[in-house]
Design a protein around this ligand. Sequence first.
Ligand code: B12
Ligand code: SF4
Ligand code: SF4
Length: 332
Amino acid sequence: MKIEEHPTVKKYHLTEKRTLPNMVDYSWLREITLEAGADDVGFVEIDREELNDQRTDILKAFPTTKSLISYVCHLNRPQLQSCDRSLADVEFVAIEFEMKKISRTIVKALRKNGIGAVVPSENFPMDMLKWPGKMWTVSHKPVAVAAGLGKIGHHRLLIHPVFGNYISIGTMLLDVVISKYNQPIEFNPCIECKLCVSVCPTGAISRSGEFEFFSCLAHTYRDRLGGFLNWTEAIVTSTSMSEYRQKRNDSESMAVWQSLTHGGGYRCGYCMSVCPAGEETIGSYVDDKNWYISSVIKPLQDRSEPVYVINGVDGETSVKKRFPNKSVRLVD
Ligand code: B12
Ligand code: SF4
Ligand code: SF4
């Protein structure tokens, strides 16, 4: 059959062609994003200077990108501050589902109006072909900063002026120009209290502001991508269950099982849990600092738990000195 005789092609030629919009209205786009469930949103043009270091990756993923939607969803703070960390995990798992639902609702509304959009992962999945390099398509934090949704705090997380750092961030790529774009906010909500430094078990966040991402990764992601190869190695190289148990105790094996089956499984995130910045949070800190220290900071500092420290990195002594209830587990 000639292609012109195919029913789909024939129907296509008979259908009246829609003129696709070349610009989308700012207020309408904002409204559908908030109605879909996002708690705040901002827009950035693809040519913006703040995107210089990731424009190539963005255009590789969606070559017709003209604008970016940055949106945030508010996390439930008491849940994240709990010393029972399964509560924090529940929140992280739930927000990932929620954000995927929100972005799909927005894409559907845009598609009905002839606008093309894609949704890079909020967190996972990522492109594992790029392991151990930059596997994520978009770095959400710099886009959110450009979109006026907050600033980067001392701990390297995004702090929203109202919700604080208790947010998850998503980005959508659009093939149209938006009638208006947002600009960064003028002040940084971070109050430089350094409470994030005081709870960081690995010392990844230094007082001076450097961030050791591999120290954080090795501990926080021990039961996820950070320790996965190490776990397979422990299985492959062990000749008996007792040899394997010397490398991974049963609690550690069960933690991997849980993160694989149910998601979550973060061993830390304390820097996020304790941050008092942001209009909705600041009161509980400035009104009664002693209460804040004893109820939010101390329980995490005193929590008895293993801290995974990269072999050869000077974290072992620091953990023992700063957190006597925690034990050190050296990892390669
Ligand atoms: C990689 C990554 C990490 C890495 C590196 C963290 C970092 N500061 O970038 C590790 C594993 C340490 C990590 C930990 C956590 N993360 Co994280 N992470 C990401 C991810 C995928 C990309 C971050 C990014 O773009 N960084 C680049 C720039 C902007 O950040 P930077 O610090 O200046 O850059 C450094 C690193 O990127 C590093 N780097 C470069 N190449 C590589 C390669 C690898 C393999 C690694 C590990 C690092 C790395 O070098 C840069 C220079 O120092 C984003 C999701 C996304 N797609 O955006 C989530 C994200 C940043 N993470 C998030 C969260 C919540 C966490 C944790 C709290 C974990 C948890 N859920 O419990 C901790 C907090 C640690 C902290 N204080 O930052 C949220 C942040 C929300 C917010 N309010 O800001 C995000 C945005 C996920 C989301 N969609 O909401 N994370
Ligand atoms: S805990 Fe304090 S210093 Fe750390 S990011 Fe939050 S406001 Fe800034
Ligand atoms: S997640 Fe934990 S280890 Fe990583 S920077 Fe925050 S407090 Fe430190």
